[in-house]
Design a binder for this molecule. Structure first.
Ligand SMILES: Cc1cc2nc3c(=O)[nH]c(=O)nc-3n(C[C@H](O)[C@H](O)[C@H](O)COP(=O)(O)OP(=O)(O)OC[C@H]3O[C@@H](n4cnc5c(N)ncnc54)[C@H](O)[C@@H]3O)c2cc1C
Length: 341
């Protein structure tokens, strides 16, 4: 009897989950395993602010509960970090020294926080808010924080600082509008956003970048290019997101800014696909690669990757631009969806 296929998906976000569901619906027999280095089951990342501030509890944060995987005969392995991939022997090397074989692999490993090159040397000072662990950490810090500083050019950062303001924290926002993410702002729109935040009692600094960051006892001291000094008892960074591909480099799987895949989401090995935030996708019309970071686009890509892994030839196309409302200001973005919290 031929051995069963073992489809392994690295990543338990929207892309990985959609891919697993499509694989199961179309192949009742295969073994399907999802690996995630997080300990918390599939959750809504855009609701992390509400979770931190106590508006919703852990269960409301979850998209899917463990029993739903069991019902579909999908094996969910949480807290399992893949350290290395050997595509030639189709083996994954996990952090705890286990080797796991696959017949076909889907990489749905998402994105990580970006740090602007000019601020990279201060990376260790920053607190990030990217996943459940980070949110739980920030939740425990919130009670003691009085005057936090948020540095960023990022929509998640705006939501975060508004949450701090609702909690009556005296927050300062360093707005890097030139690298605002996931869209570019011109100075007029950036100014309108700044004014709106200031109406909410959020001190917003734009056009005066950070020159140095230092520590004074437990506090962070920021000196700006114009010589201003701002002091805060916590320092958060929100500067956009980049594909999470560090552990894939050197495996033989082609990467550049993300994991390089063709229009079918197939990598340079025929049994490996990549989807969601981690993928850098070739577009036949543009004759160039594109990356999309966003929830709904990740679901769409997870679906396409799974069907193609099963033998179809579905082409993924970039999503059309959307109009977004940020602080009452209309901006355009290609991938990000305005999700309800
Ligand atoms: C705070 C926040 C707010 C957001 N708000 C919005 C919004 O309003 N609208 C919107 O469209 N998008 C939003 N996003 C972006 C959206 O959440 C992502 O685009 C989406 O989650 C990407 O899905 P994904 O499946 O590609 O990856 P992810 O959801 O990032 O999942 C990646 C998975 O891979 C796992 N993983 C990574 N490396 C390894 C490894 N080596 N071994 C094992 N497992 C690994 C991770 O543990 C995780 O389970 C937000 C993101 C954040 C962080």
């Amino acid at each position: 009897m031929p051995k069963k296929d073992h489809y392994v998906i690295i990543g338990n976000g929207p892309a990985g989950n959609k891919a697993a569901d499509v694989l199961r619906e179309n192949d009742r027999n295969a073994r399907i395993t999802i690996l995630s280095d997080e300990h918390f089951s599939f959750y809504y990342r855009h609701k992390l602010c509400d979770f931190m501030s106590g508006v919703i509890d852990e269960d409301t944060l979850k998209v899917k509960f463990y029993k739903e995987y069991k019902e579909k005969n999908i094996r969910l392995r949480l807290g399992q970090r893949v350290e290395k991939i050997d595509p030639d022997s189709k083996t994954l090397f996990l952090k705890h020294m286990e080797k796991l074989r696959y017949t076909k692999l889907i990489l749905a490993v998402g994105s990580a926080p970006r740090v602007l090159p000019s601020l990279l040397r201060y990376k260790d000072y920053f607190t990030f808010m990217s996943n459940y662990n980070d949110a739980a950490n920030v939740k425990s810090m919130l009670e003691n924080i009085k005057n936090p500083i948020v540095i960023g050019g990022d929509l998640i950062g705006i939501n975060f600082i508004k949450m701090l303001s609702r909690l009556k924290k005296k927050a300062t926002f360093f707005m890097y509008y030139k690298s605002f993410w996931p869209f570019d702002l011109d100075i007029k729109k950036a100014d309108a956003i700044r004014l709106s935040l200031e109406k909410n009692n959020i001190k917003t600094i734009s056009g005066d970048p950070v020159k140095t960051i230092s520590r004074r006892d437990a506090d962070y001291i920021i000196e700006t290019e114009s010589g201003r000094e701002i002091e805060g008892d916590a320092l958060f960074s929100f500067m956009g997101r980049i594909p999470n591909i560090q552990f894939i480099k050197g495996s033989g799987i082609d990467t550049e800014r993300g994991i390089l895949v063709n229009e079918y989401l197939q990598a340079n090995y025929k049994d490996i696909y990549a989807c969601g935030d981690c993928a850098q996708i070739y577009n036949l019309e543009l004759k160039d690669y594109w990356i999309s970071i966003g929830w709904e686009n990740s679901i769409l890509q997870g679906e396409v990757a799974a069907y193609n892994l099963l033998g179809e030839h579905r082409i993924i196309k970039p999503m059309s631009k959307k109009i977004f409302n940020v602080e009452g200001i209309k901006v355009k973005t290609s991938w990000w969806n305005q999700l309800k919290t």
